[in-house]
Design a binder for this molecule. Structure first.
Ligand code: ADP
Ligand code: ASP
Ligand code: MG
Length: 412
């Protein structure tokens, strides 16, 4: 039997009615002749609630217990989905990550999937089971502890299952009907894309478009999984949603494919550090050990052997970053006059494969921001993206202005 993976995000399983609606979708695919692996998220809001309980109980929590708690939301929806399917006379059962087992690294709260043996679930398909409902977002470490895959991790569970089972397709059901030129919540001019290249989706995701977790796109690209994003609220059709596929499958595309944003960023500057070989390692080594995800880095021109070093990181890692820097100063590994934090910035990025062969995208972007009076604080570029840090209060305006400037509401 061909296998299909169907993933339902939090809003698609937000209550019993929605679970029933999702189960009907699954039933359609069973009727189409598929063995189905359903990956479920927790009911919307549940994971946030669980994270809140952890933070309230223990601010510097043991990440193993964080995972034990935060993974539980998915267990409930997996069981409920299996029960709903059974009520529809479809042979189904639920699986928690450890039961499959979804083997991961021990990097608690941000683990990576290493292996998903297919034999347990395949044996059940062989015995007549039609649907395996798997709790997304979770796995088991080599030490036998429950792990989670980082926020949005059920997308990655889904793609990893599609790869492990050689599924015909991986359908990601969510609350929007596909991948748009930007978050449709920010501008009504956002346009749904029929297709998007893996590389563009990878950049958009890693730059903040949370419609797919970055790692899921990485896996889909590596294992050639056909990945589709679609709404669980619309009527089924073959052309629905957005297909994430190889660049070669896309005939025409705009130079800029989309605009992404990441709202909660911080900019930290070490004032007057010695400009000597090894200084970057002495700063960014401890930051990495402290679990700080450093993003942009800018080193100023040095004067009299001293320079300023600026980096950005998620705003909720500022305390950790500051502590790592103060500790490094105390131990004499680095020396700086001051650490200045700006915790009110956001990152806005434009992404497109077309940038490889088109000059002038950066200039056009900067002009559009200038026309709105938006000051750019830090810039980084790669072959297919340009990112800027700006004041958070201008973030929506910047996204809208860039969407207009690159005429993304129009198809190529
Ligand atoms: P789920 O709970 O189904 O995993 P998420 O909330 O994680 O859903 O992801 C879907 C959301 O991603 C949408 O509601 C939308 O606001 C946001 N989003 C951000 N960028 C984009 C984009 N370029 N295209 C579509 N949705 C986007
Ligand atoms: N429930 C988890 C989260 O909210 C995983 C997911 O939904 O993808 O991050
Ligand atoms: Mg998600």
């Amino acid at each position: 039997m061909p296998t299909l993976v169907m993933k339902f995000g939090g809003t698609s399983v937000a209550n019993l009615d929605r679970i029933a609606r999702a189960a009907k979708r699954v039933a359609l695919e069973v009727a189409n002749g598929y063995d189905v692996i359903v990956i479920v998220s927790a009911m919307s809001g549940k994971t946030n609630e669980l994270v809140g309980w952890v933070d309230e109980t223990s601010p510097l929590y043991d990440a193993r217990e964080y995972d034990a708690i935060v993974s539980s939301g998915e267990n409930v929806t997996a069981g409920l989905m299996a029960l709903r399917l059974q009520e529809m006379d479809i042979p189904a059962r639920s699986w928690q990550g450890w039961q499959v087992p979804v083997k991961t690294t021990s990097a608690h709260s941000n683990a990576r999937i290493e292996e998903i043996p297919a034999d347990n679930i395949n044996a059940k398909f062989g015995e007549g089971m039609k649907v395996a409902v798997v709790a997304g977002f979770q796995g088991i470490s080599p030490e036998g502890r429950i792990t989670t895959l980082g926020r949005g991790g059920s997308d990655t569970t889904a793609v990893a299952f599609a790869a492990a089972f050689g599924a015909e397709r991986c359908d990601i059901y969510t609350d929007v009907d596909g991948v748009y030129t930007t978050d449709p919540r920010i501008t009504s001019k956002a346009r749904k894309l029929d297709k998007i290249a893996f590389e563009e989706m990878l950049e958009l995701a890693s730059l903040g478009a949370k419609v797919l977790q970055t790692r899921s796109v990485e896996l889909a690209m590596r294992y050639k999984v056909r990945l589709r994003v679609l709404s669980s609220f619309e009527e089924p059709s073959d052309s629905a949603g957005t297909l994430v596929c190889d660049e070669e499958e896309i005939m025409e595309s705009n130079v800029v494919a989309g605009v992404a944003y990441s709202r909660d960023e911080a900019k930290m500057t070490l004032i007057s550090v010695a400009d000597r070989p090894g200084i970057a390692a002495a700063i960014f080594g401890p930051l990495s050990e402290a679990g700080v995800n450093v993003d942009m880095i800018v080193q100023n021109i040095s004067e009299e052997g001293r320079t300023d070093m600026t980096f950005s990181c998620p705003v909720d890692q500022v305390l950790r970053a500051a502590k790592a820097m103060e500790d490094a100063k105390t131990s004499g590994d680095i020396n700086f006059h001051d650490l200045v934090t700006d915790d009110g910035v956001a990152k806005v990025s434009v992404v497109g494969i077309g940038m490889r062969s088109h000059a002038g995208v950066a200039a056009h972007m900067f002009k559009a921001l200038h026309d709105e009076g938006i000051n750019i604080k830090v810039i980084t570029t790669s072959e297919i993206k340009i990112s800027v840090l700006i004041d958070r209060k201008y973030m929506e305006l910047a996204v809208q202005a860039l969407h207009d400037a690159f005429e993304l509401e129009k198809a190529a």
